[in-house]
Design a protein around this ligand. Structure first.
Ligand SMILES: Nc1nc2c(ncn2[C@@H]2O[C@H](COP(=O)(O)O[C@H]3[C@@H](O)[C@H](n4cnc5c(=O)[nH]c(N)nc54)O[C@@H]3COP(=O)(O)O)[C@@H](O)[C@H]2O)c(=O)[nH]1
Length: 800
């Protein structure tokens, strides 16, 4: 996972907007449909009420017409004398004066065979020329009249509101079967009968059939209780012919019928439809009349009856097209439009919000990336590494996998930084990052933890131990290759510590601690190597921690003591002084040598107070010695970084009364590696007050001869490792000889450390060394065991 961040998938970004749009659309449609249905229901109720009212009004209007025919019947039945033609015409004319739609009214008297001629003559006498009783024959266009055949009784048109010239005078209704049936129905039931009938001849104003209404008239004062009574006492019929469309239109006009309702009146239902004309309305107030009842039935409609006499005409009402009772679905439309607008707004808002939120999340991710990136190398930083480590740890139990952590610390990086500057150090770190990347797989996590520390999480290996050591070896080799920086070629290395999960722990803290311990071991083992953690390291750490605690206590309780080891002048064997070497008298562990606690004191920062104590004690002790004896005190590089060191030394001298010329400060080469300018100034200051300076352990570190010229040393102390080899390695003699020659040239003295044998001593003397120190002249011992008398001096002289 060298390229660690994968962008979040874009799919689903607009999903909320899409879902909202779909839901909004569905709700809008459902809402509009519901409102539409509600509108339908409300309109239907209103329409039904209006249609019913309309029907009642029409029925009342029709009843009014019928009642006028009944008035005529009353006239015939109540008159004592026969009603004359002119009385009939006058009365009829008045009755229907303001009632359009009444086409004509006729009086059909009941005439028997014997009365026929008499009636015919009377009509002619009344001015109806050529009057005779006729029968209607033929169909449609071929219809015509013929003299009615002999019959027991006739029901001819005798009086009529038609002009006397009309051919219909004398037409016997009984000769037309359906009219005869209506007459008989009316007679037998003493009820008004009606029928739909086409009139003879073309009808004014249209082709629609008319309605014949037949009212039976019985002889005055006769019984009509039984059918026989009615048949016997029948006097004739009053017949009204209605122009139904005109009549209904007139009713609607006079009653100010609602224009919202279109009324269609169909002929009485006969059980079968014999012609198209029968399915067409007899009356329609609609602007475009429906072509059939089917048309009406398909839409919103109301059905009822219009009773004319003994027959029910079918009434079907529909909302007038474009009228207020036609469902306009305007509310439903409003709901739909508002719903769509809200949906659109919501979807737009969600889309914008989603887009903004994505932008925000991208920005957040960028911030997160930056927060988890090491700016210098572009690698993940410590925060990312730790988070990833936690993540992998949390999956550890479920996955059953193992992984390794490799902690890397560059060797000698500090030198590059100090000597070539931070710019070069940065370039080097980038190059190291590139090399490390090249050694890793895509699934490995590489991070820079800070400074010259890198860390790797390596997972997915069959044998994690083998895999991680192979990787560490590969990395060590890669980093050991020279780096080309601008104008310089540098060589560094890397120390690596490895911890393996879950063997070495299953949480971040444990694993990092153990990888660090292993790294520490690599560092102390000589660098550019790798170490896998083992349990002994923890034990060591524990011991070290205990020791550190004890060390703090020891400083507070003054459990330290100084032992002194003499150094002698090679030429005469005379003792020239003592080196102060600190020891720790541990309450349970006894006397602990400085090798075992000085590094720890340095790491824990305790060397500063300890070093000050050594200085003061050594100066105080030396002040009691013979005036020709020097005291040499070791200073740690850590003490050198203390700004107060000069004041500490001055105070030790002042407080003890020891002349500065009797104090020799021993420093190691490592001190000279950094803060060169400050250290030089500090050393010059010590020299200026008379303190002598010795370069300790020469030959173990960098052994740069340039230090000898750059810093004002009085003495060089050749490390005992050279002396050890002196007798059997000619090279050591040559090195010592060179050092002596160089020191002499620089006006410096040379001390040989660790002289244990006479042979070594003689060889050193031959090489021109000035001073010697070692077990040959005495081991370090407490001050109270040192004899400053002549005996000591003579024994040493013997050695010389
Ligand atoms: N910063 C401070 N460092 C100190 C102080 N006191 C001691 N030290 C440093 O500790 C190192 C170990 O010291 P020590 O165990 O005391 O060993 C010294 C001698 O005992 C040993 N020595 C001397 N002669 C011989 C010999 O003939 N053979 C042999 N095997 N060892 C011998 O050498 C040590 C002295 O070395 P050096 O300092 O280089 O003169 C040591 O590095 C001390 O510097 C302290 O107070 N502060």
């Amino acid at each position: 996972m060298i390229g660690r961040w994968r962008p979040a998938p874009l799919s689903g970004l607009y999903r909320p907007a899409f879902v909202a749009a779909c839901l909004g659309l569905v709700f809008s449609l459902v809402g509009a449909a519901a409102v539409g249905r509600w509108e339908d229901r409300v309109n239907k109720v209103e329409f039904d009420n209006a249609a019913e009212t309309e029907s009642i009004v029409m029925q009342n209007g029709m009843n009014e017409y019928i009642s006028r025919l009944l008035a005529l019947r009353t006239l015939f039945e109540s008159a004592n004398e026969e009603i004359t033609r002119s009385e009939f015409e006058t009365f009829s004319g008045r009755l229907f004066e303001h009632h359009p739609g009444m086409l004509r009214i006729a009086w059909l008297p009941r005439i028997n065979r014997k009365e026929r001629a008499e009636y015919e003559a009377a009509a002619i006498a009344d001015g109806v020329s050529g009057y005779r009783i006729k029968s209607l024959q033929g169909q449609g266009q071929d219809q015509g009249f013929a003299t009615a055949p002999q019959s027991d009784e006739y029901f001819p048109i005798f009086y009529s509101t038609q002009p006397k010239t009309s051919v219909v005078y004398g037409m016997d209704y009984a000769t037309v079967p359906e009219r005869r049936a209506a007459l008989e129905r009316a007679r037998d039931n003493d009820r008004i009968a009606s029928l739909r009938a086409e009139l003879y001849g073309p009808k004014e104003g249209g082709q629609l059939p008319n309605v014949l209404v037949v009212v039976p008239v019985y002889a005055k004062g006769t019984s009509r209780e039984t059918v026989a009574d009615r048949r016997r006492n029948l006097a004739g019929f009053v017949v009204g012919v209605f122009d139904l469309p005109l009549l209904l239109q007139s009713i609607r006009t006079t009653t100010a019928a609602s224009p919202a309702i279109s009324v269609n009146v169909y002929p009485p239902f006969s059980g079968r439809i014999v012609s198209l004309a029968q399915s067409m309305p007899d009356f329609s107030s609609a602007t475009a009349a429906p072509q059939s009842m089917g048309d009406v039935a398909r839409g919103v409609h109301w059905s009822g009856n219009l009773r004319i006499g003994d027959t029910d005409w079918q009434v079907h009402a529909i909302p007038t097209i474009g009228g207020p009772l036609e469902t306009a679905y305007d509310r439903a439309l409003t709901v739909l439009i508002v719903g769509m607008l809200l949906t659109l707004s919501l979807a737009t808002y969600l889309m914008l919000a989603s887009r903004n939120s994505r932008r925000l999340s991208l920005a957040n991710r960028r911030v997160l990336e930056l927060a988890q990136t090491d700016i210098l190398t572009g690698l993940p930083n410590r925060a990312f590494f730790l988070a990833r480590l936690d993540e992998i740890n949390s999956q550890l139990e479920e996955s059953g996998l193992t992984f390794s952590i490799l902690m890397l610390d560059l060797d000698r990086f500090k030198n590059v930084n100090d000597s070539l500057g931070h710019g070069a150090g940065d370039v080097l770190l980038r190059q190291v990052a590139q090399r490390l990347k090249s050694a890793l797989r895509e699934s490995d996590v590489l991070a820079r933890l800070g400074g010259d520390e890198f860390a790797i999480i390596q997972e997915g290996c069959e044998d994690q131990r083998v895999c991680s050591t192979e990787l560490a070896a590969r990395i060590a080799k890669l980093v050991a290759e020279p780096f080309l920086l601008p104008g310089h070629r540098v060589e560094i290395g890397t120390s690596i510590g490895i911890a393996i999960a879950p063997d070495h722990g299953n949480n971040q803290e444990q694993l990092l601690k153990k990888a660090d311990l292993a790294l520490y071991r690599s560092k102390s083992a000589g660098r550019n190597c790798f170490t896998i953690y083992d349990e002994a390291m923890s034990a060591e750490l524990e011991a070290r921690n205990t020791l550190e605690g004890d060390l703090r206590d020891a400083i507070a309780r003054c459990q330290f003591e100084l032992h002194y080891q003499p150094f002698v002048d090679v030429t005469d064997g005379g003792r020239r002084g003592f080196e102060a070497l600190v020891r720790w008298r541990h309450p349970s562990r006894g006397l602990i040598p400085p090798d075992q606690f000085i590094p720890l004191a340095e790491e824990a920062g305790l060397i500063v107070p300890l070093g000050e104590w050594v200085l003061r004690r050594a100066c105080a002790d030396a002040a009691t010695w013979p005036a020709d004896l020097m005291v040499a005190v070791n200073l740690s590089p850590i003490q050198f970084k203390e700004a107060e060191l000069f004041e500490v030394i001055s105070a030790a001298l002042r407080d003890s009364g020891l002349p500065p010329e009797r104090l020799e400060i021993e420093i190691t080469e490592s001190v000279l590696l950094e803060r060169g300018v400050e250290n030089l100034a500090f050393m010059e200051r010590l020299k200026s007050i008379g303190v002598e300076l010795a370069l300790d352990d020469f030959g173990t570190g960098y052994s740069s001869l340039s230090y000898l010229t750059a810093f004002p040393f009085d003495k060089i102390k050749i490390d005992k490792s050279f002396i050890r080899n002196l007798t059997h390695q000619p090279r050591s003699s040559a090195i010592i000889s060179s050092i002596v020659t160089l020191a002499r040239g620089l006006d410096m003295a040379v001390t040989a450390e660790g002289v244990e044998t006479r042979e070594e001593f003689e060889r050193l003397a031959a090489l021109g060394v000035n001073f010697a120190q070692g077990y040959l002249f005495g081991r370090p011992q407490p001050v109270d065991r040192i004899e400053f008398g002549a005996s000591v001096q003579s024994s040493q002289r013997d050695a010389a």
